[in-house]
Every structure is written in C-alpha cells, then in structure tokens.
Design a protein around this ligand. Structure first.
Ligand code: DC
Length: 222
C-alpha cells in the first residue's frame, strides 16, 4: 500500500488539501484530527473530566469508533452515531487539543490509524503521522502557513457559516492551540527530518493541491 503522511498546524489547509490530493490520486483520505475531535466530543457530551484517569479509561472502554466513506467523505461513527457535523465547533476544537495531550488517548487511536494505512492507499493528515503513526510512510509532507493567514482563513470559514466571530479571538485561540500542540510531551507537532515542507501562506487552494501532488507523484511513479 502507498502511504502519504501529511502533518501541520491547525488551519494551514491540511485537511482540504489532503482530501483533494487523495481524490486526484484515487486514494482514501483520513483526517485524524476528526478522531481526536470525536473523543473530545464524547467527553464533553458525557461530562467526563479528562484529567480523571479512571473516568477517561471507562469512557474509552465503552467507545467504538468506525470510519466510513461516502463519496470520498470520511464519516466518523462514534458508538453508532455519525458525529461529523458535531465536531467542528470551537468548544470541540479546544477539547481536542486538550485531550490529544493524554497518552491513553493517543494509544487508543494508534492501531485504528495504522490498520487503515495497512489496508488502503492513503493520504493521512494530522500532527504526528510522519513522526509516530506512519514513520515508514512513502511520502511525508509538512504543510504550514503563517498564524495570521491561518486565522484569516478560519475567520472567513466561520463567517460563511453564519457564525459571529472576532478575528483577534480566532488568532489568539489558534496561537494557544499551536503552542499546546507543539509543546506537549508526547508526539508534539514538528516536521520530521525527511518531510517536504510546503508553506501555503502565498498559495491558493489549487496551487497548494498541486504542490502536494507534485511531491506524491515524484515517488508514486518511481
Ligand atoms: O486537525 P484538527 O484541528 O482537526 O485536530 C484537532 C486537534 O487534535 C488538534 O488540536 C491536535 C490534535 N491532533 C493530534 O494531536 N494528532 C493528530 N494526528 C491529529 C490531531
């Protein structure tokens, strides 16, 4: 199987670019952030204190996550419930960043991610795909962009959804999450030595997709 690992900070366009690149390659796209988000959603919904190890362990013992694909769209099914539309709120974003620091959570999701990559040609995106989940991936890419550019994109996305948002709040929260994601002890966000770094600050969507496809095709045609 051919595995592409794409990592990078929130809002760099990683998921949408990975999804389109996967589609053009005929691969499946796995958005691993959605897995952390669904566990955060579950903890919020069930009022679990994520710092209480026993409660969290109980929650995981009762959690079954399945991933289904419909027209190339990944659906995360959490204990039978499709949570795709519930995991994109700011509350869940913050919860996902908090919960993803916990080793038990990362271990819980590791096999699921590896199994998907073993059985399929994948473009898998996240924070630690090249470093931890798929260290032997055929292609590793690190997509980044300036915090201001990323906050601006997120701001426009939320405005388009009709949400009332303030740009500075988004920038502040994004910087907070970046700090938390890059400074945690376990699997911190960082480019691995063999990753190709793509900065999308000055690239539009289709230029970003093409930049990623160029890197993939160089290896895929070998
Ligand atoms: O990509 P995203 O914004 O949907 O990810 C949500 C959170 O999950 C993010 O704060 C970091 C965490 N995450 C992670 O720790 N490892 C991954 N492979 C993917 C996401």
């Amino acid at each position: 199987m051919f595995n592409v690992a794409i990592d990078g900070p929130s809002g760099a366009g990683k998921s949408s670019v990975s999804k389109e690149a996967a589609k053009r390659m005929g691969f499946i796209h796995i958005d691993t952030g959605a897995l952390y988000r669904s566990l955060a959603y579950s903890a919020i919904k069930n009022k679990i204190n994520i710092n209480d190890e026993i409660s969290l362990k109980n929650m995981l013992n009762m959690t079954k996550i399945n991933i289904e694909f419909q027209d190339g769209v990944q659906n995360v099914i959490l204990n039978g419930e499709n949570v795709n539309d519930k995991i994109r709120t700011e509350e869940v974003s913050k919860g996902a960043s908090d919960i993803s620091k916990i080793p038990m959570i990362r271990a819980f999701l590791l096999d699921l991610q590896r199994d998907l990559a073993r059985e399929n040609n994948v473009v898998m995106d996240g924070r630690d795909i090249g470093t931890v989940v798929l260290p032997n991936a055929d292609v590793k890419i690190f997509i980044t962009a300036s915090p201001e550019q990323r906050a601006e994109r997120r701001y426009k996305e939320l405005l388009a959804k009709g949400e009332k948002v303030v740009y500075n709040d988004i920038l502040e929260k994004l910087i907070y999450r970046d700090h938390q994601d890059t400074h945690r002890e376990i699997a911190p966000l960082k480019p691995c030595d063999d990753a190709v770094i793509i900065d999308t600050s000055d690239l539009d969507f289709s230029q970003s997709v093409n930049a990623v496809l160029d890197v993939i095709r160089e290896k895929y045609n070998d």
